[in-house]
Design a protein around this ligand. Structure first.
Ligand code: SF4
Length: 211
């Protein structure tokens, strides 16, 4: 499977809302992987198009698939809670997923789907131009860091000068990356919730030091 936009991201697009709208339009009609057959709506992402902090999750769930928006309902409430621990509000950040369409029954993303969708996220990174990318859970962390390590091994660590690239598409600027457990995965695991909350508080300290 090739990249749907099939080109290298360029620095021209940094912080450019117009490019975001162009990308949104491409995603809305994308059929580059089989998930387009089962989705209700693609979920492009939302938030501040010039955010300092960008959140990268895994894939839309049922509510997101129906609304076309990321992190709605309970997932959205939980996101707001963990952002607040870092002193952030939803309006300040940009939120996107690795996959823009919901995998049936919320199964894990497949490698061919990630390959097909990868250039959209990389171009979103270029368009927003964040200083720090917070990855939620294994799939987002492995994609952004280009690692096979799970989030339980790398959470709460700041990785500097990461150039996000995948399947021939590369971001034009390096970013800092901060992996944490996915908030949805912590709902039924209190021990992970405590770790996530500590990591988000430390994220707040890191952001304040960055100025
Ligand atoms: Fe296109 Fe990504 Fe949706 Fe697949 S998941 S159809 S590549 S937007």
């Amino acid at each position: 499977m090739t990249n749907p936009t099939n080109h290298m991201a360029t620095s021209d697009s940094a912080g450019n809302e117009k490019d975001m709208e162009g990308l949104r339009s491409l995603v809305s009609s994308c059929s580059a992987c089989p998930l387009h057959e089962t989705r209700t709506l693609p979920v492009f992402g939302s938030g501040n198009p010039s955010a300092t902090v960008m959140i990268v999750g895994e894939a839309p769930g049922r509510n997101e698939d129906e609304s076309g928006e990321p992190f709605v309902g309970k997932a959205g409430e939980r996101l707001n809670e963990v952002l607040a621990l870092a002193g952030l509000s939803r309006d300040e950040v940009f939120v996107a997923n690795v996959l823009k369409c919901r995998p049936p029954r919320n199964r894990n993303p497949r490698p061919d789907e990630i390959d097909a969708c990868s250039s959209y996220l990389i171009e979103q990174l270029d368009a927003v131009g964040p200083k720090i990318v917070v990855t939620f859970g294994n799939f987002a962390t492995q994609f952004v860091l280009g690692t096979k390590q799970g989030v339980s091994e790398v959470h709460g660590r700041l990785f500097r000068d990461v150039t996000v690239s995948h399947d021939g598409c590369s971001a034009s600027s390096a970013v800092s990356v901060y992996p944490v457990f996915h908030p949805a995965a912590t709902i039924y695991r209190p021990q992970w919730r405590v770790v996530l909350e500590g990591d988000m508080q430390r994220l707040g300290d890191i952001i304040r030091k960055m100025g």
